[in-house]
Write a protein that binds this ligand. Structure first.
Ligand SMILES: CC(C)(COP(=O)(O)OP(=O)(O)OC[C@H]1O[C@@H](n2cnc3c(N)ncnc32)[C@H](O)[C@@H]1OP(=O)(O)O)[C@@H](O)C(=O)NCCC(=O)NCCS
Length: 235
């Protein structure tokens, strides 16, 4: 199992709703309140897997993984609209309106709410624009599903690998999740290779389980347990 050093920053202005507290409220007067809220959030975050209200900024060697802000949506729309990016994804002809609807839906409930997907921005430290995104779906108190997309100009530079490693570490050792899964079209070679590379097991092969873009498609289910992740780390 490859290792990936990164740190989780306790960003006092990171909103529980995925936005940026400073951006949403403005002004220094709220900083003290924000810090108090953060203390509360972190206490809950680390003490129980059931109460997560915010996503902290995570720094890896080359990346920053952070909550989405509204200004990310232009770049997000641009790469999601590309046929090469959409090929194995649920959408076609992605528009800014779609991105805005997703952003607003995501901000309606606190980060970590079961049954919901949350998008996380990936930014390169040396290039402060949106390089791609991670997605996390809180299935139940113990399990999450992850997804990932990298803008074509940033692909094949190990960005997805570095970002996904950081997300898995966060899921297992901060959120204390038991199992992380990912589902991908069997033809999506980049996705399959990435999932194998981070140490996920291919544990399911669904045959024509999904009617997708005009035809029945096949999918692989990849998964990894916390025990496997931590064992691989110490091996
Ligand atoms: C899947 C995706 C996120 C990979 O991102 P990436 O940043 O290019 O991946 P990395 O550079 O970290 O590469 C990870 C591994 O995948 C391999 N890989 C990347 N693109 C590949 C491709 N097109 N075909 C085969 N392998 C590929 C890399 O070579 C690397 O393996 P290696 O180290 O053994 O050589 C990216 O291709 C993407 O955004 N695709 C479109 C969206 C999508 O399909 N998302 C997944 C939905 S399930």
């Amino acid at each position: 199992m490859p290792t990936n050093k990164f740190q989780i920053l306790k960003n006092p202005f990171c909103s529980p709703f995925g936005g940026n507290r400073e951006e949403r409220t403005g002004g220094d007067t709220l900083k003290i309140k924000a810090l108090q809220t953060v203390k509360l959030c972190y206490k809950k975050d680390y003490s129980t897997r059931k109460r997560i209200h915010m996503f902290p900024k995570i720094k890896t060697d080359n990346l920053i993984i952070r909550p989405f802000v509204k200004s990310d949506l232009i770049a997000f729309t641009k790469y999601r609209a590309l046929p090469s990016v959409a090929k194995f994804q649920s959408w076609s002809n992605y528009t800014y309106k779609d991105a805005l609807a997703l952003y607003e839906k995501m901000n309606q409930v606190p980060f970590g709410t079961e049954g919901n997907w949350f998008q996380l921005a990936i930014e390169k430290k040396d290039s402060p624009s949106l390089a791609g995104d991670l997605a996390i779906h809180f299935i139940d108190p113990d399990q999450v599903e992850v997804g990932f997309t990298i803008a074509p100009e940033f692909q094949k530079k190990s960005i997805a690998f570095e970002a996904l490693m950081a997300l898995l570490e966060y899921c297992f050792n901060k959120l204390n999740k038991h199992r992380v899964i990912a589902i991908t079209d069997t033809r999506n070679l980049a996705s399959c290779r990435l999932l194998e590379k981070v140490g996920m097991r291919k544990e399911g092969h669904f045959i024509e389980n999904r009617y997708f873009k005009g035809a029945w498609g096949n999918e692989f289910l990849f998964a990894i347990l916390r025990s496997e992740w931590n064992h691989a780390d110490s091996a």
